[in-house]
Design a protein around this ligand. Structure first.
Ligand code: PLP
Length: 430
């Protein structure tokens, strides 16, 4: 079979440095030749049901014709133009649309091209907000254990220092204030004390609302966000929500923060913003934060400007994606998906080597008790015809909101069986 595979697979891939992989030992990447709906077609003819939606981006499934048409039309008019000194309708209208969608309090959109950079910009905005007022002490952030905000140097410093992927760089990163996310009164009291101690040096509080994604799909109730808002208000800190994973329906509401009566001062968005088609991110600030930069003093300007910011193709894709949220019953699909994930993963709860099964919106997680062979588990899932990428101790599903019942059934059965088979004496269903 290998002889009939296209030559780029060997000749080209051997020059590619892959993400999150020990190149010497990692299994070779699967060559993909086509995507559609919730399907990933491989060069050898296999078709996998995608349980990951390409790192949580492809919320409408792959190749949605409405997004493809919008991008094609934009390509004919203007693929990209620099954003320094110039502007264009797709970016201007998208900013207006995002602020309306986010609701009261959101006023200004700063575009970037990746989630990490959107968080970098949020952090830079928060620190400069204080610098512009002459306060040079507020340079640190309160961030949380289990959190993940990106892979750049600035964002690595606000990820979980031990559990995350960046512990190697310990000592080289800015030391922020790390705390466990408060889950009850005693831990809230601990957090109060930590903030009290560091209040004068904090620029803000940074949190992934409702779900800490790449840090382990750890979920917390909306009340936590209300407490963080109170804490931020009490100490005059900026509250930043990183909704790069949770934004655009993933947790059941358009934005996770809608489930708590607690709005942030800055929010970061990316991933599903373009329906998973083109790289685009946004850091959206409140009127109050923006006013901190409104000045006759040129040094009070936000000095940031990625080359591809406000890319017109990506903005056109984002408009088409938002149209789909308006025209099609996406949030109802998420609710149905949530119920199906709950029912489909429930049998895993009975297994002694399963620590937890948790569901929120279109996120289904099975947490395993180590040790187990993660590589074998990954391979087993691919053999079963699904693309699911367990990491740490978890197997998770974050499919497209539009996944068909048949594909979802296949996905759930594959996960149940793979998890059951981790212990040779037990098998659930075949
Ligand atoms: N913030 C959160 C919550 C994320 O989940 C991610 C990526 O998984 C990022 C930031 C970083 O985004 P990117 O990979 O686009 O830089």
């Amino acid at each position: 079979m290998a002889a009939s595979l296209p030559s780029w697979i060997d000749d080209g891939t051997r020059h590619v440095w892959r993400p999150y992989a020990q190149m010497k030992t990692a299994a070779p990447p699967l060559p993909v030749v086509r995507t559609h709906g919730s399907r990933i077609e491989l060069a050898d003819g296999r078709s996998l049901v995608d349980g990951v939606a390409s790192w949580w981006t492809a919320c409408h499934g792959y190749n949605h014709p409405a997004i493809a048409d919008a991008v094609r039309r934009q390509l004919d008019t203007m693929p990209h133009v620099m954003f320094g000194g110039l502007t264009h309708e797709p970016a201007a209208r998208l900013a207006q649309r995002l602020c309306t969608l986010l609701g009261p309090g959101f006023d200004r959109v700063f575009y970037t091209d990746s989630g990490s950079v959107a968080v970098e910009v949020a952090m830079k905005m928060a620190v400069q907000y204080w610098l512009n007022q002459g306060d040079r002490r507020r340079t640190r952030f309160l961030a949380f254990r289990g959190g993940y905000h990106g892979d750049t140097f600035g964002t690595m410093a606000v990820c979980d220092p031990d559990e995350g992927m960046h512990s190697l760089f310990r000592g080289l990163l800015t030391q922020h204030v790390m705390a466990p996310l408060p889950r009850d009164e005693p831990t809230m009291a601990q957090l109060d004390a930590i903030v009290q101690e560091h209040a004068d040096e904090l620029a803000g509080i940074l949190v992934e609302p409702l779900v800490q994604g790449a840090g382990g799909m750890l979920m917390h109730p909306p009340g936590v966000l209300r407490r963080l808002r109170e804490l931020a208000d009490r100490h005059g800190l900026l509250l930043i929500y990183d909704e790069i994973f949770t934004g655009f329906g993933r947790t059941g509401t358009m934005f996770a923060f809608e489930q708590a009566d607690a709005r942030p001062d800055i929010i970061t968005l990316s991933k599903a913003l373009t329906g998973g088609t083109l790289p685009l991110a946004a850091t959206v600030a409140s009127q109050g934060v923006f006013e901190g930069f409104w000045s006759d003093d040129p040094s009070h300007a936000l000095m940031h400007g990625p080359t591809f910011m406000g890319n017109a193709l990506a903005c056109a894709a984002a408009h088409a994606s938002l149209d789909l949220f308006e025209q099609e019953p996406r949030l109802a699909q998420v609710a149905a998906l949530s119920a199906a994930l709950e029912a489909g993963l429930a049998p895993c709860r009975d297994l002694p080597w399963v620590r937890d099964v948790r569901i929120l919106g279109a996120i289904g997680v099975v947490e395993l008790a180590p040790p187990f062979d993660r590589d074998a588990l990954r391979a087993r899932l691919i053999e079963a015809g699904v693309w699911v990428r367990p990491f740490g101790n978890i197997v998770y599903l974050t499919p497209a909101f539009t996944i068909s019942d048949e594909d979802l059934a296949l996905l759930l059965a594959a996960v149940r069986n793979a998890v059951c088979d981790l212990h040779p004496a037990r098998s659930h269903d075949r």
